[in-house]
Design a protein around this ligand. Structure first.
Ligand code: B12
Length: 216
């Protein structure tokens, strides 16, 4: 039963059907499936497939955009349930997250924020295409424990490094742990630029965040 529902969720993103995605997200919640599971087993599979088809030249930009719209609509429906799952728990730490300058890919970063928030972190999502200076300001302003930098383009990955350098220059680097992620990034890249953590997906991001902050 839920396998069929997950399959329909995946398909709604491949087809770029915003209304179907919203309806299926609601159906999943009504069926008592955890919002994180709905994301992972249903909608995320769809956007991954869209990416593969785009990579193979079988999908073009309009399909990519439409798939992303359906994905975002599903995340918006699931967000209150993700938020509710953390109610009443003490915060595990403060985090600031965003996608680096020049990069408007926000779906993965938003899912990471949702999962961290559901796990009990207090997350400030500063959005996408975020200038280095804004990250530095937000770290100062929020006095956060963790900064998460997402990059989905090989051309914007260097902005993760620039942000870490800017934190050092502002004397803030020692007070905050930095985690990086995004499809083209790797653990080796994280090590090269001096990040404290790297994760391949949102589930691993939560485990890594807990581990580097010692709140596991
Ligand atoms: C959706 C999408 C778009 C949407 C984005 C919509 C939005 N609002 O976010 C739109 C249509 C706008 C778009 C535009 C472009 N895109 Co695009 N896009 C994608 C696509 C299909 C999926 C990305 C996605 O959302 N994945 C789903 C999420 C759940 O996965 P994720 O982002 O990887 O995130 C997970 C992990 O990486 C990790 N994670 C992510 N961030 C972080 C951060 C931290 C700290 C941690 C720990 C973990 C973590 O956890 C997440 C959840 O599990 C990818 C293909 C792909 N396979 O990645 C191409 C892709 C990234 N795009 C690509 C390109 C080329 C572009 C464009 C340049 C196209 C163009 N010609 O205009 C523009 C760039 C615009 C810009 N300046 O940013 C290329 C990049 C190639 C490269 N080597 O750099 C890709 C790989 C497609 C391809 N196969 O060629 N895109």
């Amino acid at each position: 039963m839920s396998d069929e529902l997950f399959e329909q969720m995946k398909q709604s993103v491949i087809d770029g059907e915003v209304e179907d995605a919203e309806r299926l997200a609601k159906e999943g919640l009504d069926a008592g499936i955890a919002p994180g599971e709905i994301l992972d087993k249903g909608f995320v599979k769809g956007i991954e497939e869209v990416g593969d088809l785009f990579g193979k030249g079988e999908f073009f930009l309009p399909e990519l955009v439409q798939g992303a719209e359906a994905m975002k609509a599903a995340v918006a429906v699931l967000q209150p349930a993700l938020d509710a799952s953390k109610e009443g728990r003490k915060t595990l730490g403060k985090a600031v997250a965003g996608t680096v300058a020049g990069d408007i890919h926000e779906i993965g970063k938003t899912i990471v924020c949702s999962m961290l928030s559901a796990a009990g972190f207090e997350v400030t999502d500063v959005g996408c295409d975020v200038p280095v200076e804004t990250f530095v300001e937000k770290v100062k302003e929020t006095d956060c424990d963790l900064l998460l930098l997402s990059a989905l383009l090989t051309t914007t990955m260097p902005n993760q490094q620039k942000t870490i350098e800017a934190l050092k220059a502002a004397g803030l680097r020692d007070g905050v742990k930095v985690m990086i992620g995004g499809a083209p990034t790797t653990r080796a890249w994280a090590d090269e630029i001096g990040a404290d953590g790297y994760a391949e997906d949102a589930i691993e991001a939560v485990a890594t965040a807990k581990s580097i902050l010692g709140v596991a």
